[in-house]
Design a protein around this ligand. Structure first.
Ligand code: SF4
Ligand code: SF4
Length: 131
């Protein structure tokens, strides 16, 4: 899957070096053109939701409460969600082609409700990172 960075991001870039999957790029490298304001972007084809850690590293260091939210699992079931959308620019591999969920599914946290993902609930709120 993936998590998603929203437009409350203040471009502090604190999350970028923390990501174990090098899935986050800064606003200048973001392929997603969301209106006038550009901010950090999570490549869903790389994000592994930090499944081996207690909490996602990006959300743990982000100073902006509620900025990072859940997105759908990067799996076959949600292929269209990622591929047929202007919100994502999925990488095209030289040999494998488009690294879609069909071609290259990613690990995801099974404990997160699909409804919360669909509603883009804050990662920090779900995992109680805030006081
Ligand atoms: S959840 Fe983990 S793998 Fe995904 S963008 Fe955040 S730090 Fe990277
Ligand atoms: S840590 Fe939060 S505010 Fe800073 S760049 Fe990442 S998502 Fe944006």
């Amino acid at each position: 899957m993936s998590v998603l960075i929203t437009d409350t991001c203040i471009n502090c870039d604190a999350c970028i070096d923390e990501c174990p999957a090098t899935a986050i790029v800064n606003s200048n490298e973001s392929p997603s053109l969301d209106g006038e304001y550009h901010y950090a972007y999570v490549k869903p084809e790389k994000c592994i939701e930090c499944v081996d850690a207690a909490v996602p590293k990006c959300a743990e260091v982000c100073p902006t409460e509620g900025c990072i939210v859940w997105d759908m699992p990067y799996t076959e079931t949600y292929n269209d969600h990622f591929v047929v959308s202007n919100s994502y620019v999925i990488r095209v591999h030289k040999k494998k082609g488009l690294l879609s969920p069909l071609v290259a599914p990613r690990p995801f946290r099974e404990g997160i409700f699909i409804e919360d993902r669909s509603n883009r609930v804050s990662v920090g709120e779900t995992l109680k990172l805030y006081n």
